[in-house]
Design a protein around this ligand. Sequence first.
Ligand SMILES: [Zn+2]
Length: 77
Amino acid sequence: MMKIDPVCGMEVETTTQYKTVYKGQVYYFCSRQCLEAFRKNPEYYLEHGPQGMPGETHSHEEHEHEHHHSAHGHHCH
Ligand SMILES: [Zn+2]
């Protein structure tokens, strides 16, 4: 069974180890980054919907990098 990762919007299997319960509802995530992002601010993601992958690697100093692979969406496993 597939569920939507509320942080990045990806479909994830419910067999994933990355899940959490919030207000009686179970949420599933594609990665630990998404899980932790949700745990930090669940209301934000529930209200605003998926925001894409949380920035786990790029800091604010790496602006020149742009987001070369963000268009493909498969960077999120
Ligand atoms: Zn995700």
